[in-house]
Design a protein around this ligand. Structure first.
Ligand code: LLP
Length: 441
């Protein structure tokens, strides 16, 4: 629980978020329930915007990386805070547009966008497309000429910066499927390729070195390499980049294994980036490009809490104790995928001493269906409400209907009120797209 968060323990000893008692939320909306703290989301966007304002003369934008949590309400919040967004699929683009998000403030990413997605992006007059393959540049250029339009594009670059994070979420290693490597010369080939396209306007470069990164130096190094590349492009292709999109990846607090960052720390990441870019621009005699950053996790991660009701408690003597909850890998697959760690609390008994270590299991028919391992908790009984903290990023957005469970409802809390932002699924939703062919009847 930190300064940006409205998470607290209220007078009744219950967890409170956004002025709402977690037990009352669980009662009103049912569990599992994703709860999002609106003030937290807004304050994170504001920190980043202020940092760009104060350290880079406002010459930049915060693009919320909506893959972290995509639903119409979050695009509405991003828009009202003056942020742009990045989308990585037709589905995210549709959601943003449906929420009324202005297309010109949207960047589209993806290492393998489909032709339908590219058509959709063009017909929506999206601001920027980050191209990530030779064939994509071919297709996009052809689509643009057919329509008689020009499209602003950036090239995704792999600056070859290793960041300390889980292997699956590292994206700028030499064997990455993303981007074009500066080191092996493919970045130059792609530059030449895009510049040969009559309907594509190459306005800049993008990189993203990974996710859940804490080392300031990793970001600074990426900026350093990208500025070197921008200078190289100027001398080789006579092109001055307008935009440098440096990606996202700023880490958040999940457990005491992670640093607990305050606003000034996130501000510090951006200040370091801005300082590096300005210094390099002066040194290399290139124009300071407009800066774009794409934080996802750090905007919504700590803003989210998932509430569960405890069910079966199983003590395997001398081995471990399981507390099973009414959620699982269908609504939070991160332990199953990355062995991610979480802090779990007894939402109705926050002041009770933790007397045991338990493993929080889900309800899916799979042994790997775990939410958190070995977490300290007080005694837990069936019916108790548990809260898993820092679940705002990559939980709902990676949820599935595995075992035909419902993807939980999401509510947005602020000043003691809670509004549904993603409705509860129903059995009807579960079978909505199922078809029994005539011959099976
Ligand atoms: N920009 C690009 C191009 C990205 O690929 C990503 C994340 C971001 C921005 C936002 O990064 P963030 O600020 O959220 O770290 N499912 C994984 C995380 C995958 C991140 C993918 N790309 C997880 O649950 O940890």
């Amino acid at each position: 629980m930190n300064e940006r968060s409205t998470l607290k323990i209220n007078g009744a000893g219950h967890l409170e978020i956004g002025g709402c008692d977690a037990l009352e939320l669980a009662k009103e909306f049912g569990t599992p329930l994703y709860v999002f703290d609106e003030d937290h989301i807004r304050s994170m966007i504001r920190v980043y915007r202020r940092a760009i304002e104060e350290n880079y003369g406002g010459n930049g934008t915060v693009l919320y990386a909506s893959k972290a949590f995509s639903c119409m309400a979050v695009y509405a919040i991003a828009q009202s805070e003056g942020a742009g967004v990045d989308v990585v699929s037709g589905g995210e683009l549709y959601t943003a547009l449906k929420a009324g998000f202005p297309a010109q403030n949207i960047f589209m990413h993806g290492n393998n966008k489909t032709e339908e997605e590219l058509e959709y992006a063009l017909s929506s007059k999206i601001g920027y497309i980050v191209v990530d393959s030779f064939s994509e540049a071919d297709i996009l250029d052809e689509m643009c000429s057919r329509r008689g339009v020009r499209q602003r594009v950036l090239i995704r670059i792999n600056p070859g910066v290793e960041a300390h994070t889980h292997a699956y979420v590292q994206t700028a290693t030499p064997d990455s499927k993303f981007g074009f490597s500066i080191a092996n010369g493919t970045a130059d080939q792609m530059c030449r390729h895009v510049l040969s396209k009559s309907s594509l306007d190459l306005v800049g470069f993008h990189c993203h070195i990974g996710s859940q990164i804490f080392e300031r130096q990793s970001f600074v190094l990426a900026a350093d390499k990208m500025m070197d590349y921008i200078a190289h492009v100027k001398s080789t292709f006579s092109l001055e980049a307008d935009i440098l999109n440096i990606g996202g990846g700023f880490g958040i607090y999940y457990t005491d294994d992670d640093p607990k960052l305050g606003e000034e720390d996130y501000y510090g990441y951006l200040k370091a980036l801005c300082d590096e870019i300005k210094a390099k621009a002066a040194l290399l005699k290139v124009r300071e490009p407009a800066l774009a950053i794409e934080p996802g996790r750090s905007i919504v991660g700590e803003a989210g809490v998932t509430l569960y009701t405890a069910g079966a408690v199983k003590d395997i003597p001398g081995v471990k104790k399981y507390v099973a909850v009414d959620g699982g890998m269908f609504e939070n697959p991160r332990y199953a995928l990355y062995q991610s760690k979480y802090t779990v609390v007894a939402a109705g008994n926050m002041n009770a001493p933790c007397t045991q270590k338990v493993t929080i299991a889900g309800k899916c028919c799979e042994s790997g269906d775990i939410i958190a391992v070995n977490v300290p908790l007080p005694e837990i009984e069936r019916g108790d409400v548990l809260a898993v903290l820092s679940t705002g990023a990559y939980n709902y957005s990676m949820a599935s209907n595995y075992n035909r469970n419902f993807i939980p409802e999401a509510v947005l809390v602020k000043d003691g009120r809670a509004d549904v932002i993603v409705k509860k699924q129903t059995f009807e939703d579960i079978v909505r797209n199922d078809v029994i062919p005539q011959r099976l009847k």
